[in-house]
Ligand binder design. Structure first.
Ligand code: GDP
Ligand code: MG
Length: 367
């Protein structure tokens, strides 16, 4: 590896470069601001400054590994993503679904956008994640984020299979996520739901009634018909998957979306996939860390805890993490801070290397 320069380490640790140079001198390794340090030296100097830095391998850095005893696993609700071609009715369908959830559960409750929503059907929960498009889904998957158990593929009955329908099928298959097909706009006079079924056969999405693996439901997001049927079908598909998680441990999961709110600071929607997240927990998400100051559900209500498959908005992070970042609760706040700092440091180095690289290429292309 290239190593970290004295200046970069000083910035990452928020100390003066002279402080580091002095310590390096005392350690018998005089270096200047722009010289780089070995991993061992970085750890030594950081230790000297009362900070623990451990240089981690990319594998260690990007994934947390967990082990659960099978006896600790309990059933958890399904997490669902709606995908499909533009204008086939993804947003309308999510609205119709949320309306159902609100109508049956929290009459009059105002749903606000947090990037995910939970609905109840027959006393069971389903969590919907609003991935802002296929690219986000692909990006998250590329980072190893497992954010969805079931994909609802929306296909307009008057339009049939289109390019982004095929793209969605490919994404779902590559991720090994089962597809439930919502044949939408069945209210339209020129709707042909059977033609949608026929067209999808070519892409390996075959209705159960034709001997295939996929459940199909005819719906109209506009007239709100078939919505309960769709939700029940999602639960049937979830039952097949036997989704489980250990709720009785420190929480981990993924960032669904995050932003900087003028009044509230960094705000992130997290999807818990293991353990239970509590107000007061300290977590790391990508390069951010912090203590959870408050948790809110999609109606803006304060909640005290979030269980596996729950999505909640959290306040209290020191910076804005990226969608798809994994989060994890730490017992010790210092460990959390150290990991977040290490990551920022590494990102800064990578950024600088990129800059150098680009400069070099530009130089050559101009020759
Ligand atoms: P998205 O791009 O997939 O999110 O699609 P939208 O939800 O924005 O819907 C695109 C257009 O189709 C809008 O004008 C909707 O009003 C309309 N639409 C959505 N669902 C239905 C439906 O079930 N029936 C009819 N007739 N129109 C629909
Ligand atoms: Mg939309």
């Amino acid at each position: 590896s290239q190593g970290v320069t004295v200046q970069e380490l000083a910035e990452a640790l928020d100390v003066s470069p002279n402080d580091i140079i002095k310590r390096l001198f005392l350690l018998g390794t005089p270096l200047t601001m722009t010289q780089s340090m070995s991993d061992d030296l970085v750890e030594l100097v950081a230790d000297d400054l009362g900070r623990q830095i451990k240089i981690v391998t990319p594998e260690e850095e990007n994934t947390f590994s967990f082990y659960d005893d099978p006896k600790d696993l309990k059933p958890r609700p399904p997490v669902v993503t709606v995908m499909g071609h533009v204008d086939h009715g993804k947003t309308s369908l999510l609205d119709a679904i949320r309306h159902t959830g609100v109508a049956t559960h929290e009459a009059g409750g105002i749903t606000q956008h947090i990037g995910a929503s939970q609905v109840m059907i027959n006393g069971r929960q389903i969590t919907f994640v609003d991935t802002p498009g296929h690219e986000a889904f692909t990006a998250m998957r590329a980072r190893g984020a497992k954010i969805t158990d079931v994909v609802v593929l929306v296909v307009a009955a008057d339009d049939g299979v289109m390019p982004q329908t095929v793209e969605a099928i490919n994404h779902s298959k590559a991720a090994g996520v089962p597809i439930v097909v919502a044949v939408n706009k069945c209210d339209k006079p020129d709707a042909n739901p059977d033609r949608v079924r026929q067209e999808l056969v070519e892409y390996g999405v075959i209705p159960e009634e034709w001997g295939g693996q996929n459940m199909f439901v005819n719906v109209s997001a506009r007239q709100k018909t078939g919505i309960d049927d769709l939700l029940e079908t999602i639960l049937l598909q979830a039952d097949v998957l036997e989704l489980k998680a250990n709720p009785d441990t420190f929480a981990s999961g993924y960032i669904i979306e995050a932003k900087l709110d003028r009044g509230r600071g960094p705000v992130a929607t997290v999807l818990v996939n293991r353990g239970t997240l509590h107000v007061g927990d300290t977590l790391v998400a990508g390069m951010s860390y912090g203590r959870v100051r408050a948790m809110l559900d999609q109606h803006g209500n304060n909640v005290k805890e979030a269980k596996p498959s729950d999505a909640v908005e959290i306040l209290g992070l020191n910076s804005v993490p990226a969608a798809g970042d994994e989060f994890r609760v730490f017992e010790d706040e210092r460990d959390a801070r150290d990991l977040a700092e290490q990551r920022s440091l590494k990102a800064r180095i990578e950024e600088q290397n990129k800059v150098k690289h680009v400069t070099l290429e530009t130089l050559f292309s101009e020759m």
